[in-house]
Ligand binder design. Structure first.
Ligand code: GLC
Length: 456
């Protein structure tokens, strides 16, 4: 077979990708110590995790931003802790659902923006230990997730709505300093007392986020600080110091990019943020299994299986992970409708998992056909939108294809030339969600090069 040169086309793609990415505001640079690639390798292979938003906000059931949205005074909101006794909390059950869903790690909101800690922090009076439950839920969670063989992750929000210093760090300096001290103390608590942690998922940290992006006086009035304009106040979270300490306590820990400290991976948020292919920086799309908030809302509509699978496949084909959120009920149980959907995803993965786990995105870039993934000598073409005549023509692959099959069973004919690769999808194999075609190559695809797919 003639090996065609794709280099020049690739160069152009990298230039275009590079400029698109640099326009996007990032919260933190990615770390590049000698251990970084090794540290995150398991997570990249895992590809799929469960996010859990759970706290006292689950009681009113109007989302985790209820205090903010309904302007509930701090003292009033704090009373929710007296009603917090999740009698059906069972961390093993959570881990079991995640496992059945084919998820390989979990991330629980140890503390969200409302300030309520699910763990034991003797320095705070707003914790699960001091709630009606008198219980450390993080301790149970860490133990159960570890026992289930899944990666153990905690979400943590440095910002806390109870502190005026978050909103006006300049004039409420003492409060801002206390907020920062709480952040340092709680990172130390979490890093020291729960055994090995695998992921720290930050949200709402970093100077740019103070006061939710702040406001500035322009001379003619107030306006929100534009995204590309830096915070100019004197307060600093001292993220590097806190995160350094955390990394010393937990040398294998990986962190996302929502503080100002060097991170291991980037976060993308919401279905609409699936975004561009990027195999240069580890990244993860987080999104919800239901329409609406991240925290529990009774009767929230669970998203259709097709939508969720196409997001997972779309993330893998763009070389990223997906973290899918469930919002457990105030009694501690994951809503059966959400748990069932998670299990359905797991059922799909039990057949098609080899096209997701341990793969990297490409060699073909995403296109109108769908996406591709690869692992060694195997390439998986995820046909999300089959052509009408069922004959999918992809640009040439410079390695010989030895065999093509439909992953869930069945042969497939193909023609490979110097110009393209044509896959003839058997009508019976076409799946409304994703027809996964497995190509076995004569040699492994080992580079991070990509092949652009012209738009139809
Ligand atoms: C959004 C939500 C926040 C949630 C986060 C997860 O920022 O407002 O509540 O924790 O997404 O990424």
């Amino acid at each position: 077979m003639k090996v065609i040169s794709v280099r020049s086309r690739l160069m152009l793609v990298f230039v275009l990708l590079g400029s698109a990415l640099s326009l996007r505001a990032q919260w933190a640079p990615l770390i590049n110590d000698s251990n970084a690639a090794q540290r995150i390798a398991w997570w990249r292979e895992a590809r799929f995790g469960m996010f859990l938003h759970w706290g006292v906000y689950s009681i009113p059931g109007r989302g985790e931003w209820v205090q903010w949205q309904e302007q509930i005074p701090v003292e009033e909101y704090a009373k929710l802790a007296d009603q917090f006794h999740p009698d059906h909390f069972d961390a093993d059950a959570w881990a079991g659902i995640a496992k059945a869903g084919g998820m390989r790690y979990m991330v629980l909101t140890a503390r969200h923006h409302d300030g309520f800690a699910l763990f034991d922090d003797p320095g705070s009076n707003f914790t699960a230990m001091k709630s009606a439950a008198h219980h450390d839920f993080v301790a149970d969670y860490v133990k159960a997730v570890r026992k289930a063989g899944l990666g153990v992750g905690l979400y943590y929000s440095p910002l806390d709505w109870r502190f005026s210093g978050f909103f006006f760090p300049g004039i409420y300096q003492q409060s801002a300093i206390e907020l920062r001290a709480q952040y340092q103390r709680q990172m130390d608590e979490l890093g020291s007392h729960y055994g090995k942690l695998d992921i720290l998922w930050f949200d709402g940290g970093g100077n740019e986020w103070l006061g939710f992006g702040g406001a500035e006086f322009t001379g003619s009035g107030w306006r929100a600080r534009p995204k590309d304009k830096h915070y100019t106040g004197s307060f600093d979270w001292h993220d590097a110091k806190t995160v350094d300490h955390l990394r010393k306590l937990q040398p294998e820990l990986i962190l996302n990019d929502r503080t100002n400290a060097p991170a291991d991976y980037r976060s993308r948020e919401g279905d609409a943020a699936l975004g561009e292919f990027d195999n240069q920086h580890p990244w993860e799309l987080c999104t919800t299994i239901t329409e609406g908030a991240w925290g529990y809302q009774p009767n929230a509509k669970v998203k259709p299986l097709a939508q969720l699978l196409q997001l997972l496949v779309g993330a893998a084909g763009r070389d990223g992970n997906m973290l899918l959120n469930v919002g457990p009920r105030p009694d501690g149980q994951i809503d059966p409708a959400q748990a069932d959907r998670v299990r359905e995803i797991g059922k799909w993965l039990s057949v098609n998992g080899e096209s997701i786990y341990g793969t990297r995105g490409g060699p073909w870039l995403p296109g109108s056909y769908g996406v591709s993934t690869h692992n060694g000598k195997a390439v998986y073409v995820h046909v999300l939108h089959p052509p009408q005549n069922l004959s999918l023509v992809l640009p040439a692959l410079p390695i010989r294809v030895v065999k093509a099959t439909v992953l869930r069973g069945g042969d497939l004919t193909f023609q490979q030339t110097a110009e393209n690769l044509t896959l003839n999808l058997p009508p019976a194999s076409v799946d409304a969600i994703d027809t996964v075609v497995k190509l076995e190559l004569a040699a492994p695809w080992t580079t991070s090069d990509v092949i652009p797919v012209p738009a139809k």
